[in-house]
Write a protein that binds this ligand. Structure first.
Ligand code: CAO
Length: 543
């Protein structure tokens, strides 16, 4: 295993270009040709590849450093003995621009065909952006198209001022040195002054192109690789390295809509990932989705329009505005119902002894004024089940599950204005009496319309109890970003077989809805069964 230095290869005329991204760290195993750092000049952004495979021992550059050909980027422990002899020269990461050459094509009287200049070892690079269209007046050095290889993105500038008569390339075309790009009319002005580092080969070097209609003078651009200026409001490509750009394209992410958090607003890989997470969670909408919310192809819901009925035709009606709470909760419920793949498991719990205990407790505490409700026991039982099955006390965040180590339990409260879900914080640390008291205070606040955001946030799991009202089972909607919710209906005395005879038992119907992206059916069945065991014998909470 030999230590060796990996240096910046020939990057043409680029001198002292700034390191804007470091893509590896000590300890990383890297392959030959893997990109190590991204550098950016005012002409292009490019990734510097490794000449060898190996393990990164030491980084020799940091963000903001200026590097040139031969600068040591890092030291690697090369993977094999061949390390001592440098591998075949890596493909230079950027188009090398030839040294200064006199401009052969200077003043063009008639139409001018602008061709791709010498872009170094890059052959057949893809046109990923057209920056002008027929009729556009362009200045000399103005970018015409953007091309991209897997290591660099670069804009091809115009050698002359003039009006675009025709575009000779389209998106997806592969271009190389000499490929005609546009025909300019009225390109009478002198081309941009030749700058030492910017001058491309003379027109004579470019191959002929069969332009049928008019004879055109062929000329190469004056500057091979103009800047990706992030602040330039020209509708140019967003500021991102080629690999990030490629990653975004693979996922179909519109980079122009991604906010860059890197240096000078540069879009990083994490920014693209964050954007995708936002779209998946519904927090972010792409401009496209905003324009066509019900587009077909599975992206939107593509539903039939809502039926428009003149109800008055069928009888007398009265119209009322939805309450503020109904509008807010309705939008949340709708999103949760549509986005979360819900499944509901129904089960029963035998609460005969628990109910007897509750009645006895209330007799004992009659004077205190605190009434212990079944819901308070259910909250404690759910905390025990959440401790045993932590994936129920979780939230989905992109491709990660956030497991909570606190136990804040929400309970649905019916109010004259609609449904609200106040939250009992740290229910694991509170007794049934305290929970009952807090619940009755929160329920009163809810009915009086006095709940604040602090009373309703931070929930881990919710319980919706219709026990005081009736019903057998129902399918509660998960309160995102929670992943499960317990629905409880009215208990009733039912005959249960004890092995010898039917006994009258008080049975509580339970309905557990869960997010199938996070929880599996078997886990849900176990959660309900465990809940049933606890409710049947509350001493199990202590275990
Ligand atoms: N089975 C049988 N009886 C039950 C019961 C159950 N599962 N749960 C409660 N009860 C009884 C109580 O014992 C009480 O009886 P008494 O008055 O004789 O003592 C009565 O029903 C009323 O209970 P409560 O309402 O005082 O207390 P609670 O803890 O059950 O409920 C609260 C409190 C705030 C949850 C409730 O008032 C409420 O708003 N429930 C509706 C929730 C809701 O709307 N969910 C649907 C959401 S989805 O749209």
């Amino acid at each position: 295993m030999a230590l060796m230095e990996v240096k910046v290869p020939d990057i043409g005329d680029f001198e002292a270009v700034e390191v804007i991204e470091v893509l590896v760290k000590p300890g990383d195993a890297i392959k030959a040709e893997q990109s190590l750092v991204t550098v950016e000049s005012d002409k292009a952004s490019m990734e510097i590849p490794s000449s060898h495979a190996g393990v990164v021992k030491e980084l020799k550059v940091k963000l903001g450093d200026k590097v040139s050909e031969g600068t040591v980027v890092l030291v690697i422990e090369a993977a094999d003995a061949a390390a001592s002899t440098p591998a075949p020269a890596p493909a230079p990461a950027v188009a090398s621009v030839p040294p200064a050459a006199p401009m052969a094509a200077s003043v063009a009287a008639g139409p001018v065909e602008v061709v791709v200049p010498d872009i170094g070892d890059f052959d057949a690079v893809e046109v990923i952006e057209l920056l002008v269209k027929p009729g556009d007046a362009v200045k000399a050095e103005q970018s015409l198209i953007t091309v991209e290889s897997d290591k660099a993105s670069m804009e091809i500038p115009s050698s002359h001022a003039g009006t675009v008569e025709r575009l000779l390339v389209k998106l997806g075309d592969k271009v190389s040195k000499g490929t005609p790009v546009v025909v300019l009319q009225g390109a009478g002005g002198a081309p941009a002054a030749a700058k030492a580092a910017d001058v491309a080969p003379a027109a004579a070097a470019a191959p002929a192109s069969p332009l049928a209609s008019q004879p055109v003078e062929r000329t190469a651009p004056t500057a091979a690789l103009p800047a990706h200026e992030p602040t330039a409001p020209q509708g140019h490509l967003p500021h991102a390295s080629p690999s990030v750009r490629r990653f975004a394209r693979e996922l179909g992410v519109p980079l122009a809509e991604v906010r860059g958090s890197g240096l000078k607003g540069r879009i990083t890989l994490e920014d693209v990932q964050g954007f995708v997470k936002g779209v998946m969670s519904g927090e972010t909408r792409t401009a496209q989705a905003a324009k066509a919310p019900a587009a077909g192809g599975g992206a939107g819901l593509d539903l039939l329009p809502w039926p428009k009925v003149d109800f008055a035709k069928f009888g007398a009606v009265e119209r009322k505005d939805l309450s503020r709470i109904k509008k807010i909760s309705g939008a949340n419920l709708h999103r949760n119902w549509v986005v979360i793949p819900h499944v509901t498991n129904h089960d029963d719990a035998d609460i005969t002894e628990l109910e007897a205990f509750r009645v006895q407790l209330n007799k004992e505490n009659e004077k205190s004024g605190v009434k212990v409700t079944m819901l308070a026991f259910l909250i404690k039982a759910c905390v025990a089940a959440l401790k045993k099955f932590p994936e129920f006390n979780a939230s989905l965040d992109g491709e990660q599950i956030v497991l909570k180590q606190y136990f804040h339990i929400g309970f649905a409260a019916d109010t004259p204005n609609g449904l609200v879900v106040p939250v009992i914080k740290d229910a694991d640390k509170k007794g049934v009496l305290q929970i009952s008291q807090e619940m009755s205070e929160l329920a009163k606040k809810a009915r009086d319309g006095k709940l604040g955001p602090a009373d309703m946030n931070g929930g881990c799991f919710s319980i919706s109890s219709l026990g005081g009202i009736g019903g057998r089972y129902f399918t509660p909607i998960i309160n995102a970003p929670e992943v499960s919710i317990l629905g409880v209906c009215k208990s009733s005395t039912e005959p249960r077989w004890d092995g010898k005879a039917f006994q009258p038992r008080l049975i509580l119907p339970l309905s557990l809805s869960w997010d199938h992206r996070v929880i599996d059916g078997a886990a849900a069945a176990r959660f309900n069964a465990y809940l049933g065991q606890i409710l049947a014998d509350f001493r199990r909470v202590l275990l």
